[in-house]
Design a protein around this ligand. Structure first.
Ligand SMILES: *Cc1c(COP(=O)(O)O)cnc(C)c1O
Length: 434
């Protein structure tokens, strides 16, 4: 039996209050959906509970950080203990070293790492570092890849930028993005031609090795390898933005999974253990260019603060201790979910593609296999909105956009997955019926 949720009067009232003083009532645009988002009271494990008392199985998982689920008890304990010694010092601490040591040991391309406060900052500094290192200005990015909300990369950027009209935001001077070359994902030919022609001017190629900000889009066989080869030949730095995939596809992220080593990697989300964070790392030679030992400026008042580091460290320790087991469980859960969704889509005779890898998945409401941003954009977003609403009514919370990723955590149970597959099946039938 699929139970319908109760009402959302309290959220509606709260939203009407919020939008008076907060643009759109939300502090990040993707959190809004029509007619109003639910407001959260609390969350634990795989469940999130709204202020009307409705409980949802959560696949949004705060857009990626919560690989161990909401409210991991060890993180809560560790943070409580740390906070009683102070929340921020403006001086270095030992836990920052241990944190850096776990990261350098886990991620193949990182000898040295610097912590920031968000993924946006991490990619901004990674790009500056690459420009400083190569003394070149241009960068290449791919359609549908999101690298945070800063000027150089907010061009066909996927994520919230895809749902909310023009990806090119107002307020970005054309001069700022004239050094950003935009290419289609998974098109080796277009990439090699661009490198052939412009390679000497290009400082860096930045990409999400697995796109998680246009739904999930996997790299085709050979795509990452071709990029690695062409960039190496021209002295271009390769930046993998692993803010989502880092410590999600395995301890070494996508670079380990696909066995392709970038020059610089950006991390975020999971490594903060549910607190704000970002990081970028690479070889000693490249990273040594950062101030104070080098001439590329980079800084942050809250960077490496003991709360984010403690929380992150507590999660990374659990992941490294549980190494094989946790990632195996996530992969199996992901496969069960994706197979279930494919069966349900077929059963409902709905035009749908299920993309995913390990604990990331998305269903695209389109006929076309989704291998790039253009394919993703062929999805029926009106249908997706109705799908989203039906799931909410039945106690399942997926991100409110076709161009986001659903996340599994180690807290999701078999029962969660089975219920979800059943509910999604009924939702797919409903949206095709009328
Ligand atoms: C979320 C995300 C970012 C931005 O991180 P914030 O912490 O939101 O600034 C950058 N790159 C990718 C791939 C992301 O998914």
């Amino acid at each position: 039996m699929i139970k319908k949720n109760k009402e959302t009067h309290a959220s509606k009232k709260m939203y009407n209050r919020a939008r008076q003083t907060i643009p759109g009532g939300v502090n990040s645009p993707v959190r809004y959906y029509a007619p109003f988002p639910f407001f959260t009271a609390k969350a634990n494990g795989s469940k999130i509970v709204d202020i009307d008392g409705n409980s949802y199985i959560d696949y949004c998982m705060s857009y990626g950080p919560l690989i161990l689920g909401h409210g991991n008890s060890r993180v809560i304990e560790a943070v409580k203990k740390q906070i009683s010694n102070g929340s921020i010092f403006g001086t270095p601490t030992e836990i920052e070293i241990e944190f850096a040591e776990i990261i350098t040991k886990s991620v193949p391309c990182i000898d040295m790492v610097r912590v920031t406060n968000s993924g946006t900052e991490a990619t901004m500094h990674a790009i500056r570092l690459a420009r400083g290192f190569t003394e070149r200005n241009q960068i290449v990015k791919f359609e549908g890849c999101y690298h945070g909300a800063h000027d150089y990369v907010l061009v066909k950027a996927g994520s919230g930028a895809s749902t909310f009209g023009d990806p090119d935001s107002l307020g970005i001077p054309p001069d700022t993005i004239k050094n950003t070359i935009l290419l289609p994902f998974n098109n080796i030919d277009a990439f090699e031609k661009t490198i052939e022609k412009n390679g000497d001017k290009i400082a860096a190629v930045i990409l999400e090795p697995v796109i998680g900000n246009a739904g999930v889009i996997l790299p085709k066989n050979g795509f990452l390898q071709a990029i690695r080869k062409a960039t190496a030949e021209k002295g271009i730095l390769l930046i993998f933005d692993e803010v989502i995939t880092g410590f999600r596809l395995g301890l070494g992220g996508a670079q380990e999974y696909y066995n392709v080593k970038p020059d610089i990697v950006t991390l975020g989300k999971i490594i903060g253990g549910g607190f704000p964070i970002g990081a970028f790392g690479g070889t000693k030679k490249i990273m040594s260019l950062n101030s104070p030992i080098g001439d590329v400026y980079q800084a942050g008042t809250f960077s490496g603060n003991p709360i984010s580091i403690t929380a992150g460290l507590t999660v990374l320790r659990q992941l490294t201790d549980g190494r094989k087991k946790m990632y195996d469980v996530l992969r199996k859960t992901g496969e069960k979910m994706m197979n279930g969704l494919r069966e349900q889509a077929e059963d409902a005779k709905v035009h749908a593609q299920v993309n995913g890898l390990s604990s990331m998945f998305q269903i695209f409401l389109t006929d076309n296999p989704v291998n790039n941003y253009k394919d993703a954009k062929s999805s029926d977003c009106n249908k997706f909105q109705r799908y989203h609403k039906i799931l909410l009514d039945r106690g399942i919370f997926v991100p409110p956009s076709q161009f986001e990723t659903c996340f599994l955590s180690t807290a999701h149970t078999n029962e969660d997955i089975e219920k979800t597959i059943e509910v999604i099946g009924s939702a797919l039938k409903e949206i095709t019926r009328d």
